[in-house]
Design a protein around this ligand. Structure first.
Ligand SMILES: Nc1ncnc2c1ncn2[C@@H]1O[C@H](COP(=O)(O)OP(=O)(O)OP(=O)(O)O)[C@@H](O)[C@H]1O
Length: 258
């Protein structure tokens, strides 16, 4: 029996005829695994993340996900509504900028609750209760549940975005620089919180970051990208403590000098 949750094969995305977003990327992930994608700016991390999360059609290659009912299927062979439903029920996407992942004009509670409604919840009391539970889990003050996210700090908005994504029990969450743009102490608390939640809930995560300290804290395994290709992959500690590829060595040593 295979334990593959996500299988990516030969994934290539070109912009126009000449610009490579990513090229010939292949990997597999199991349930509950946290995969970090690292590399400098322009190496193709975001392109890859968008392709594997169904947001950007690749030029070539396949992305297969283990659906609850039909087993491993190519997400780009699904119809658009089917893929959207899969994204609602089984996936989450945490953006670097919480404004891209929240609705700023409705209350914090509604931001969490509307995700439950999108997967069929109808009982107002139950939805409100779950929204409260999740606000507590991400350490948000319940007195602020009726406030709009626009009145929240950046760190609070990011925690709310995480609650909104996790409330439906996704099996795979995509994260694009989830702690980027926050100041260091806020970042550390958020990382701690994220690590605890991901471990406790057994969620698989694809984490894009250029910050190797974030990758070290959260990821089980790392994939190092350069010019759109994967140059090295392995267990996080192995890659960071004993990098094999000259580019990874450079990446690690330039961080150590900071
Ligand atoms: N919409 C686009 N149109 C044309 N080229 C693009 C587009 N998006 C990305 N690229 C190019 O694809 C390559 C990979 O970019 P990508 O944003 O995926 O890298 P990245 O590693 O996520 O960088 P960053 O950390 O700065 O976000 C770059 O050369 C970039 O200029």
């Amino acid at each position: 029996m295979s334990d593959v949750l996500l299988r990516v094969d030969g994934l290539t995305k070109l912009y126009g005829d000449t610009v490579t977003g990513c090229r010939e990327v292949g990997f597999e992930m199991s349930s509950g695994e946290v995969l970090g994608i690292v590399g400098e700016s322009g190496s193709g991390k975001t392109t890859l993340l968008n392709c594997i999360s169904g947001r950007l059609a690749p030029s070539a290659g396949t992305v297969e996900f283990d659906t609850r009912t039909r087993g491993l299927i190519d997400i780009y062979a699904l119809s658009e509504p089917e893929r959207r439903m899969l994204a609602r029920t089984d996936w989450g996407f945490v953006h670097q900028n919480p404004r891209d992942g929240l609705r700023m004009d409705v209350s914090a509670g509604a931001n969490v609750g509307e995700r439950l409604m999108a997967v069929g919840a109808r009982h107002y009391g139950g939805i409100r209760g779950q929204a409260q539970d999740w606000m507590a889990k991400v350490e948000l003050d319940l007195d602020r549940i009726d406030d709009r996210p626009a009145t929240y700090s950046g760190g609070m908005q990011q925690r709310l975005q995480i609650a909104r994504n996790l409330v439906t029990g996704p099996r795979l969450v995509f994260m694009d620089e989830p702690t980027g743009g926050l100041d260091v102490s806020v970042q550390a608390r958020l990382l701690d919180l994220l690590r605890g939640l991901v471990r406790r809930l057994g969620i698989a995560v694809v984490l894009v970051t250029h910050d190797l300290a974030v990758a070290r804290l959260l990821a089980d395994r790392l994939m190092v990208m350069r010019h759109g290709r994967v140059v090295e992959t392995g267990l996080t500690d192995q890659v960071l403590d004993d990098p094999q590829h000259p580019y990874t060595q450079l990446l690690v040593s330039s961080v150590l000098q900071v």
